[in-house]
Structure formats: structure tokens, C-alpha cells
Design a protein around this ligand. Sequence first.
Ligand SMILES: Nc1nc2c(c(=O)[nH]1)N[C@H]1C(S)=C(S)[C@@H](COP(=O)(O)OP(=O)(O)OC[C@H]3O[C@@H](n4cnc5c(=O)[nH]c(N)nc54)[C@H](O)[C@@H]3O)O[C@H]1N2
Ligand SMILES: Nc1nc2c(c(=O)[nH]1)N[C@H]1C(S)=C(S)[C@@H](COP(=O)(O)OP(=O)(O)OC[C@H]3O[C@@H](n4cnc5c(=O)[nH]c(N)nc54)[C@H](O)[C@@H]3O)O[C@H]1N2
Ligand code: SF4
Ligand SMILES: [Mo]
Length: 828
Amino acid sequence: MGLYDRIFKPAVSRRRFLQATAASGAAASLVGGQTLRETQAQATPAAKPETKITKNICHQCPARCGIDVYTTDGRVHAIYGNTDHPIANGKLCPKGPLGTYILYDPDRFKGPMKRTNPKKGRNEDPKFVPITWDEALQTVADRLQALRDKGESHRFALCYGRGWGASCAGLQGTFGALYGSPNVAIGHSSMCSDGSIKSKQATDGNGSYNAYDYRNTNYLLMFGCGFLEAFRPYNYLMQVWGYIRGEKSPKTRVTAVDVHMNTTMAASDRALLIKPGTDGALALAIAHYILVNGLWEKTFVGDFKDGVNRFKAGQTVDPALFDEKWVKGLVEWWNVELKDRTPQWASEITTILERDIVATAREFGTTRPALAIFERGVHAHSNGIYNGMAVHSLNALVGSLFAKGGMMYQMGPSYGPMPVDAADYMDDYAKNGPWKSQPRIDLKGHEDGYLLANNMLQEVGPNSLAGKPYKLDTIMFYLTNPVWTAPNGQEWEKALAELFVIDTSPFPGETAMMADLILPDHTYLERLQDAPTYPFEGWPMAQLRVPAIKPLYDTKYYGDVLIEIGKRMKGPMGEYYKALKDTENVIRHLAKGFEKDPGDNGVKDFESWKEKGVWYKKPYLWQQRGGEFYEWDGKAYAKPMTPDEVKAKLLKTPSGKFEFRSGWLEAKADWIAAKTGRDKAKLMFPHWEEPTHPGGGDLYVVTPKVALHAEGRGGNIPIAISLLQPTMGGRDQVYIEIHPETARKRGIADGDRVRIKSSVGAIEGHCRYFEGVRPDTLVFPMEHGHWAQGRWAKGRGPGHCGEVTVNQSDRITGQCNYYTTKVTIEKA
Ligand SMILES: Nc1nc2c(c(=O)[nH]1)N[C@H]1C(S)=C(S)[C@@H](COP(=O)(O)OP(=O)(O)OC[C@H]3O[C@@H](n4cnc5c(=O)[nH]c(N)nc54)[C@H](O)[C@@H]3O)O[C@H]1N2
Ligand SMILES: Nc1nc2c(c(=O)[nH]1)N[C@H]1C(S)=C(S)[C@@H](COP(=O)(O)OP(=O)(O)OC[C@H]3O[C@@H](n4cnc5c(=O)[nH]c(N)nc54)[C@H](O)[C@@H]3O)O[C@H]1N2
Ligand code: SF4
Ligand SMILES: [Mo]
């Protein structure tokens, strides 16, 4: 008997046995007819159950950390970071190990359900009753077929949030094309970070998030991003932080720009508390300083032909005197905008001391490589695109695009093609049905709506409610919960009350409470699912979720739900899905790509992918060095690239250069000017635009993410809630950071219960005096105020911040302006 067994085994099993018999009041030594000796013999089995480790990807935020899932005797009991996974490196953030709570969440839907209470609302019990999968899938197929037969297939919308891979969200586009609806599928990107994607589209031509070479950068200038609490990939950022701020020499200097003292700011060298919505002004002043002081990277940007710097505050410059290299429109930008954007000017707009602006600009302009990064704090405002373009332009000025220690774009994995080609299964209706002339319900891509946006999920509910452009009939949700996460979610409650609603969430979230049909997904530990990486270090990576156990309940992987609905449709669409078979078939075909292009870790087919959980291939293929672009030749970045190659592969703008004068915006200048009233002479340049603040109040309200918050997916994890309590507050509470001066002026004492009001709603919370928040701004975390999502999540506090957030979006990017509403605060 080993030490462990001697110490623990007999005592434990005997004590448990006694507890069990005492609790059940059973006769002294008999349990279910067994004697004590028999029971003990079973409790010390001869063969110990084996612990199995399966590979998976954490599902709680978009970082996509590789995880090792430990299962013994059919129970998942531990989750660790996968040591061979390049993002996780054996580590996880505090949320990662909590996945077991998601799997064993007692409030999960146990199988497909239908609503029996026709009334819908926050206080209506849906009275779900179990049904079979066959009934559930046939109900959906019949509804969809009936709409199609009437020529109204556009009245079916499919909305999704976190897209994962080809075997789930990746199937949706084809479903929409074969079925015939412009509304399949509508993603949540406009509620997330389209503001940054579009700022980059406008300037460097890549409509995507950047990948970053943090390990080699010497300066990080961070605008409105929670580097140490959110951003992406969060877990890896914490690892990087340890390196760049500890081991690395020289230590990377960090300036953080935010509206309150968060973890990131507290850990930085310089903290700039900026007035909300004014980051663009700060970035423009930094650009101004860099030009006036001749600090731009000449090898990338170019220079005056005679080498004499003519950038002087307030003075225009003749563009003919400047030779541009990889940028377009620098001197024009200077003339229409930058020449007047002095640090002194920006100081008035941003409330940051001129001295601090100058010091930041000097450091940023003289340290190479340097990175300027930004996220929602910058772009979730009415002027977000111009703030974002101004910040991103700083990267071009110091030459960090595609440079070592700079930024690049994420490459995709070498997947094999889909098993079946959907183009062979398009009937006449799919090709030319009446749906073709219908606008999207969210008016994405429409002259009267959001011509240049990617998605407008926040408009779907309100537009259907208003019948503009039409009313939907049926709406399905995958991994999104807009009733709780959208601005002014109250509108969504009304909208969904009149539609047939299908939710695929395994959990009883707010949107699920409005559903007519629940088709519950497996949780992530129970399903086989592929996912390419979110932007990381540029080189391609593809991960796999391998089920750790058989599904606990009668659930079905969302990808297979789509395929099974498809199979039940008439005509070629049904044939396509029969040929596609199932999601495992899709994933096996993806893996065929690895046969020709094995990963660095030896992954070369489906089986080895399952074993390792990740395929990846280093290095990133391109590098810009000293103003020249090179391709990897197998040993080094040594193969020079022509300007045409650079344009095709890296700087995908009309000019093939970084465009301070955006060709993308200029092409739509008439539309932008007509719809937004923006100045046609300026709208293609990063420029200062006064933000607009709806809501009718006098204080800004900002609701950032905190480390333990996992979008809407962690709301019912009791341990996460209790760990959040010191920052968030407990049941029926949310702590609101308020500057003591602001509070005292309104007669509000520390700890008082308060009411926050805007033109769309009111919520309550408790004030906390905090000197680290701006006096004009209230801050509280997004994660609070669920009214559904499970027993621990619901009933938390009177209202969610979304209920006071006005649904306002930028016409160019479509980005929802979450951080732009102004509210009033009073004692409750
Ligand atoms: N822990 C955790 N991490 C996550 C997620 C999560 O749910 N939890 N979600 C992921 C997702 S989906 C996303 S999109 C990213 C988002 O990542 P971030 O954009 O980094 O996250 P946010 O918390 O929305 O906003 C960032 C910061 O902007 C600040 N801010 C607000 N207004 C302004 C302003 O006008 N100027 C400046 N300078 N700052 C301002 C806020 O105080 C906040 O600190 O995070 C990802 N990472
Ligand atoms: N006030 C405020 N609002 C915000 C933000 C903020 O910072 N402040 N952040 C915004 C941002 S950046 C984003 S990205 C959005 C996110 O908002 P959403 O797009 O709504 O995404 P989640 O909140 O993650 O919602 C996920 C839903 O999917 C369900 N779900 C969980 N796991 C699974 C699964 O395995 N399968 C399926 N099928 N369903 C599952 C959950 O129960 C939940 O209902 O919120 C935005 N809203
Ligand atoms: S950073 Fe995100 S993906 Fe990684 S362990 Fe934390 S919650 Fe999971
Ligand atoms: Mo997001």
C-alpha cells in the first residue's frame, strides 16, 4: 500500500460511509443490503481508474488558450494550460480552470425544449417542456421551408457572436446562400471591435485585428485597451508582460491612456487619464510633435527631398518637396489637419497636461521599435474611426508595420477544402429568388444604412420591431445574447416577443428566456470543434477541441444542428447537407491540408491534430526592415519583395502604401458627407472630430471588462462571482467608481445606493469613492445585472449597464458607441 493509500484511503472511505449511513438514517452497518466489509472492499478497488488527458481550447474569452482536460472515471476534474500550446505555454488566466463549472452547471438545458407559455417577457416563465431532437429539428425545417415556399426566406435571420471554426459559424454563410436569406448570418462584430478593424481597413487596407511582436518591442503606447484585464490574447499578454517588464533588456517602457486607474495603468510607467472620446486628439498631437521634431522613420515614411524639415506648427508645406516611400498623403494630412494639432491644443481637448503629451511623444518618437495599440476605449465612440486611424498612423510614422518588434496580420491555417462544393447545389431560388432584392435586416451594406459596415447586430432587434426595412418571422441565435449585451436591450425584449425565437445556448441566458425553441449545444468540453487562432504573432495556427467526455445530456453540437436542419430541407439544399454528412467529416477534411503542410509540432493529419490539439507553423513569412520588404526564403527574411508583392500580400490599400489619405474612405466620400455631414475635404484623413454624447446626462459612463469576467459566458460561475465581488459588488449590487468631488457635489456619500439615468433607462448601484477615476466619468464593470443565465447569475442587481446605454453607432464603421452615453446620478 502506497503512502497516499495508507494515509487517506481507509479513513476516507470509512468516514464517508458512516456519514452516508448517518445522513440517510440507515441501519448501522447495512447500505442497500451490503455489509460494511463489502462496501469497503469496493471502495478500495484493485484497478485504479485511469486519468485521461484530452486537448481542448478554453471557451471563456477569445484568447483561445490550449487546455489539457483531466478526466478520471468519466468525470472532468481539472483543467490546466497545455504546455505545448504557443498561447497557453502551460498557463491559464484565472478563468481557464473554471471550465468544469461550465460543464457541470446544474442549470444547463438537458435537451431540446419548446416553450409552452405564449407570453414573453422578463417576468414570464417560458414553461419549457422537453421534446425530441427529431421534433425540434423538424419544427425549424418546416418553418424555414414554409417561408421559402412563400418567397419570404429573408425573414429568417441567424445571429451569432463568438465565431469559432469551419465546423460551426463557418457553415452559416453556405446555409444562407443555399437557403436564400441575406440575414444568414449576422455577427456581433459591430458590438465588439469593428471600430478597430475599420480604422485599419481605412489606413493599411487590412480589415482585421493586428498580430503583434510584443517580445521585441521597446515601447508600448496603449490607448483604451485593458492589456492586463482584457484585450487579446489575455493570458499570453500577462506572460508577455512578465517578460518585457522583467527579463527583457532594455525593459519595455509603457504609457497607458485610460479613463480610470485600472490594473494596466497601475502597472505602467506613465498613466494618462484622458477625457472620454478624445484619444484621437492625443494621437494627432503626438503625430504633430513627431513631424515638427523630425522624429519620423525616414526609411519607411520618406523624407524631404533636400533633407530639410519644413514641418512647423501652423505652416503649410508644399507636397512636391516631400518624397513619400511607403505612405500616402503625409503632407496633405499635415496641411489639412496636423499643422494645428499642437500638444497645447490637445491638452485643452483631452485635459492631459501638455508636459505629459510632449514627454510621451518624445519617448514614442525616439524609441524603436515602438507600438501604438488601441481597442474599445478608443473606437467605441461616435468619432471612433478617426480616433483609431490617428492612433494607427503613429505606427506608420515610426515604421513599425511588419517590422521586428512591430505589428503584422494573422495568417490563416493550411486547411484542406470542404468535402462538398456548395456551388453544385444551388437551385433557382438560391440563385435568383426574391430574397436577392431584399436588404439585410440590419441595413449593413445599404445606402440608407451602414454601407461600409461588416455587421449591425445591434440594429436587428430594433429594426424588426419597427418593421424597417421589414419584420422578421424567425430568428436563431448562436453564441450571442443581445438581450443582455446589446445597448438598450429592452428593445430586444420587445422585438423578440413578436418573433419565433430559437436559441442554441446550453445555458438559460436572457435571450434563451425569450425563446420558443431551445436546441442546446454541447459545452466546449463535450464537443469536437476546430478554431483558427485569433490574431497572435502572425504565423498560422489551428486548434482543435477534443471531447473530454461523452455529452452529459441530450445536447447536439451547433454545427450538426445546422447540418441536420439542412438535411430536412427540400431540393438540392437537402442533398448538399446529406453529402456533407456531419461536422466530423468537415473537420477531417480540414485536417487533410496538414498532410501536405505538417505543423512544427509534427501534426500531419486528423489523428495527430487530436493528439496535440494544435497545428502551427512558424515563422511569419514577411518582414519590413529599414524601409525594405522581405519574404522568408526558408532560412531568413532575405528575398526582396517588389511593390506589387507588398500590395498583394501586406499593404492592401488602393495605393499599396499606408494611407494617411484613405482611398477606401475617399471612394465613398459623397455618401459619407451626405449621410454624416462630415467635411469632404477632411473625411479621408485622421482628424479631430468632437464626439457626440447621447443620453441627456452630465457624466460619462464606461463599463469595461475585468479579468474574471468572461463576456456573457461566466455569469453563472459562483467562484468567479465571489472573486469578482470586491470589484463588482455582491448580490443586488454593483459598485460604481465615482470621484469623491463629483459625489460630494451631489450629496452622495461613499457607499450610498444611487440611481443612474439616461434617456433610455435607469439602473441602480452603490457608489464607491475612488480618486483614480476622472471626475467627469463613472466606471463600473460590464459583468453585473443578469436577470437570467442560471441560479447564481440571475437576480444580481437592479439592471445591467446595457439598459442605460443608448444604441448609437457610427455610420462608417457600424461600431456601437458603448462608451459614449452620458448619464445623471442621484441618491436612490
Ligand atoms: N477578461 C476578459 N477579457 C476579454 C473579454 C472578456 O469578456 N473578459 N472579451 C474579449 C473581447 S470580446 C474584446 S472585444 C476585448 C476588448 O478589449 P478592450 O477593448 O481592451 O476592453 P474594454 O474593457 O471594452 O475597454 C478597454 C478600456 O477602455 C477604457 N475606456 C473607455 N472609454 C475610453 C476613452 O474614451 N479613452 C480611453 N483611452 N479609454 C477608454 C475602459 O476604461 C477600459 O479600460 O477583450 C477581450 N478580452
Ligand atoms: N456595457 C457593455 N456592453 C458590452 C461590452 C462592454 O464592454 N460593456 N462588450 C461588448 C463586446 S466587446 C462583446 S464581444 C459583446 C459580447 O456579447 P454577445 O455577443 O452577446 O456574447 P456573450 O455575452 O458571450 O453571449 C454568449 C451567449 O452564448 C451562450 N453560450 C455560452 N456558451 C455557449 C456554447 O458553448 N454554445 C452556444 N451555442 N452558446 C453558448 C451564453 O449562454 C450566452 O447567452 O458584448 C458587448 N457588450
Ligand atoms: S485568457 Fe481567455 S481563453 Fe485563456 S484561459 Fe483565460 S479565459 Fe480562457
Ligand atoms: Mo468583443
